[in-house]
Design a protein. Sequence first.
Length: 187
Amino acid sequence: MTGDGTSGLAILGATELASEPELEAGLTESVHRMLTDLVRGGAALGWVEPPSRDEVAALLDDVVTAARSGDAAMRVAYLDRRLAGWGYWLRYGRPTHRPHADMEKLAVDSTAHGRGIGRALTTALIADAREAGIEVLTLDARGDNTAALRLYRSLGFTEYGRLPDFVAVGERRYDKVFCMLDFRRRG
C-alpha cells in the first residue's frame, strides 16, 4: 500500500485495491459498517436510513465496473489497514456531458475525523479526474455540512448554486449546495 505522508494512512484506487486481496474481500462489509454508523449519526450522505448491505454491494460493484472502464474513480483510505474513508466520482453518461463528472460520495469514518483523510481522499479523486480528462468536477453537499464545504472550498471548488430548504430529514430542512471545480480555468 502506498502512503500519503500521514502516518499509517494509505489511499488506494480500485486497481491498487485489487492487488490487496484481504482488503478487497472485506470492502463491502467495511464500507457498509462505516456508512451505517455515519448515517445513524446523522451524516449527510444521501440516506435517511442506513443502506442495506446488498445496496452497498451493488453500489460498489457499479463503481468498480465504471472505474475499470474509465468512467469513474474510486478511492479508499486505510488507517493501519482499517477502512477510514471512501469516495468516488462518476463521469456523466450523456454524450454531451462526457468531459464532466460528479463526486457522488465521500465518507470518513467518525473515529478518523480530523486526521486529514477527507482531504487526502478528495485530493486523490481530483487528481484522478484530471488524469481522466475531466473538465468540470461537480458535487453537492447539505448546507449544514460546513466542514465538508470548507474542505471543498480550500481545494478550489466554488459554489454555483443552492436550493434553499431542499433536503428534508424529518421536520428539518437543509439547503442543497452545488459546487464545482473547473479544470479549464487552471493552467
